[in-house]
Structure formats: C-alpha cells, structure tokens
Design a protein around this ligand. Structure first.
Ligand SMILES: C[S@@+](CC[C@H](N)C(=O)[O-])C[C@H]1O[C@@H](n2cnc3c(N)ncnc32)[C@H](O)[C@@H]1O
Length: 244
C-alpha cells in the first residue's frame, strides 16, 4: 500500500517527515493514495481516473459566498439560523467535523468566527495545504485545530456554538453520493462514535449544539429543541439547559 506524490506530471520523492502521517495512514488502512501538487497546493486523486482530484479552493469559495450574500439574505440560510445568526449577532462556532471545510467556509462568510477541528490525517493534509495557499481576509477569523473533537474540547475553552456533522450511514439515500462523499466513505468509513461524541457534547457548556443530519434520519440521541429542515438536510439544534 503506497503513497504517491506527483508534481508537474512526474512522481516525486517525498520528505519522510512531512509525509509520515500519510504513509502511516496508507499502510495502516491498506489504501493507495495519490496527491498532486497543482497551483500551489495538494489535491487528492479520485479512485476514478476521469474525475478531477479533490481539494479545497478556500479563496475562491469565500469570494463566491461573498458575491452570493450581496444579493441573498442570510436569514434564508438554514445553517445561519441554526447557529443563531440574527441581526448583527455573529456567534463563534466550533466546527468539530471540518471535512473539506464546506460548512466552515459558509459560516465564515456569514461573519462568524470559526474554529474548525479535523481528526483524519488525509483530510487534515488537504486542509493545511489549502490554507497555506489562501489569503482571504476572512481567514483572520478562522482557526484550524488538528485532533479529535473531544480531545480538543478537553484542552480548549468551549465556544458559543458547537457544530457537529459526522459521516453517517444514510439508508434513505437512493441517489449515488457525490464524488467527495464517495471518496470520504471509502477513506473514512462511518463515524461510528458519533452517538458517543454527541452524548459528551451535550454535557459541555455550549449555548447551542447544532447537529447536521440527512433530512429523514433519526436524531442522534434525543429529540432536538428546534429543527431546521431543508430539501435533503436537517439541522437539529439543542440549547443549553444547564442554567434552567
Ligand atoms: C461529513 S464530514 C464533514 C463535512 C463538512 N461539514 C463539510 O461541510 O465539508 C465529517 C468529517 O468530520 C470528521 N470527524 C468525524 N468525527 C470527528 C471527531 N469526533 N473529531 C474530529 N473530526 C471528526 C471526519 O474525519 C470527516 O472529515
């Protein structure tokens, strides 16, 4: 099982320190991974040769969101409502499941301060590489932490809002998953500890905990205080009852 790194069409020798974690991931998981250096950052090759590699275009995504929200109200965004964006209020959100930063960049573009956490070494590598290749001013409000949600929360003070979007077995999803999700599922499998993490998060002093679920899935654990239901996604919101 091997790690391959390509630059300008040729395989290159890799610095064992820089790629230590990825080499270990390949041998531990029994997978072959190919990364390619394109326009200032690393991209992960798809398992299907005709597909473009996956990575994160941080600056371009933030600019696209900025343009979109010049014309569209934030209040139309279920995620904005779920985390409590209202009037001038912009909560600090700790995104415990960063993935390819889709939601984190959306939260940043709402004007929230975002602390994103990711535990998988392949995804972490893509995030770090993309961040080093980004200069958007909104990133001043962004922090990335490598590690598992619970270990990070043990050492960092809790923020106003915790956001949790684990990988799930979607029994209702008849459609083929999009490329990123298919590769995620191959690489990461399911986040089988999601219920356990959720139970621990519930006992931490966040003002609100927001859990992203497929629209028709059962909630993690218990019935939420509020649900925001979209076409395919649902945000389950739990308020802190610690001072009730
Ligand atoms: C469904 S994806 C998140 C997608 C992300 N919200 C986005 O918009 O791109 C789940 C990600 O969370 C990570 N993850 C799951 N459980 C975690 C945990 N307990 N701590 C840290 N990362 C976790 C997985 O490795 C995976 O990259």
């Amino acid at each position: 099982m091997a790690l391959k790194v390509i630059n300008e069409g040729k395989e290159i020798l890799t610095d064992p320190c820089h790629f230590f974690e990825l080499n270990k991931f390949c041998s531990d998981q029994g997978v072959d991974l190919t990364f390619e250096w394109i326009q200032g950052q690393y991209w992960l090759h798809s398992d299907r040769p005709k597909e473009l590699p996956i990575g994160i275009e941080v600056d371009a995504t933030l600019k696209r969101h900025e343009e979109f929200f010049k014309k569209s109200s934030l209040q139309k965004e279920l995620l904005a409502r779920a985390v409590g964006v209202k009037g001038a209020h912009r909560p600090t959100v700790v995104d415990l499941t960063a993935g390819l930063l889709g939601d984190a960049l959306l939260l940043l573009s709402f004007g929230c301060e975002v602390i994103a956490v990711e535990r998988n070494p392949v995804i972490r590598f893509l995030i770090q590489s993309a961040l080093l290749n980004s200069t958007h001013p909104k990133l001043k409000k962004f922090q990335f932490i490598e590690g598992s949600a619970l270990s990070v929360l043990e050492t960092s003070p809790p923020s106003q809002v915790a956001y949790f979007d684990p990988m799930f077995e979607d029994t209702n999803d008849k459609a083929s998953p999009r490329k990123e999700m298919r590769i995620f599922r191959q690489l990461l499998g399911q986040d089988t500890d999601a219920s356990e993490v959720f139970s621990k998060l519930k006992n931490l002093p966040f003002k609100r905990l927001v859990v992203k679920r497929p629209r028709h899935s059962i909630s993690l654990g218990q019935h939420p205080d509020v649900e925001y239901i979209g076409k395919s996604t649902r945000y389950d919101v739990y308020f802190s009852h610690q001072n009730d």
